[in-house]
Design a protein around this ligand. Sequence first.
Ligand code: CO
Length: 329
Amino acid sequence: MPVVDVHSHYVPQGWPDLADVCGGSDWPSLRVDSATAATIMLGEREFRPITDACWNADQRLADMAIDGVDVQVVSPTPVFFAYGRTAAQATAVAGIFNDLALEITAQQPDRLIPFCQVPLQDAEAACRELDRSIANGHRGVEIGNHVGDADLDAGGVIEFLQHCAETNVPVFVHPWDMPTSPRLDRWMAQWLVGMPAETHLSILALILGGGFDRLPASLRIAFAHGGGSFAFWLGRADNAWHERGDVVQGLSTAAPSSYIGRFSVDTVVFSDPALRLLVDTLGAENVMMGSDYPYPLGERPAGDVVRRADLTEADRGAILGGNALRFLN
Ligand code: CO
């Protein structure tokens, strides 16, 4: 059974000046610092230092060999989603990055599995870019967990997810665009607190907003970082659904725990008890190994927490690869 990492990111080495191509200003750019290092810039601000693992397939494959990973899903880095721009701008950016992703994965298309990005603020444009990307070799799509104030239960997002179900394309949901405040701008709190809360909220939105009830059960959708805080607080959500149903139930037809099985999560949680909680709460069949490679908040070696966990060998095999093979079809 191959070992599959469902959560990694790429950044291409170069892309055209997005202000020239798309109009507008303050687009991300890449400051090349050396042959193996660069910095993602947002305007004049340094957003994130990155290494050539982001764009160099040889480096990626060498690290996979070290970590014992056979197959890696290669997804966009969310800072390039551009959901806050016009649909035309986001479509242009998606096209540029999706085509560059295929250049990175072309060397080993059966081991480096490209996931595309789409202009999620416009369902029709998102479906078009999805179809174009899939025709060109992408195997799935990564979406952000919200579009401005619209969560995953918004009409346009549901329309897009229905299209993914109809065309049999797996969806990976990644938190992004976290709320900011002086309290959250310290210690990477947007990543350490904001991201898990964002992901928790987007799963709840699909449940309480009636998203899962409107979507076919055949939709394959997975959430990053163990689904954020969701599994830990599922009991609280269930209790609230029963005790304060007048305000909590929303459009859902059943308690939150009854939607277990409609979605998967990855294993980027780092601790054995956290992985145990995911397996006990969501079922081993709904957990897939992920690493967040090659970023510093990712796990190396990829899959370490799964390999050392107290699991049956059947569950370990499913989490390391079997579930992902189903997810990826
Ligand atoms: Co990530």
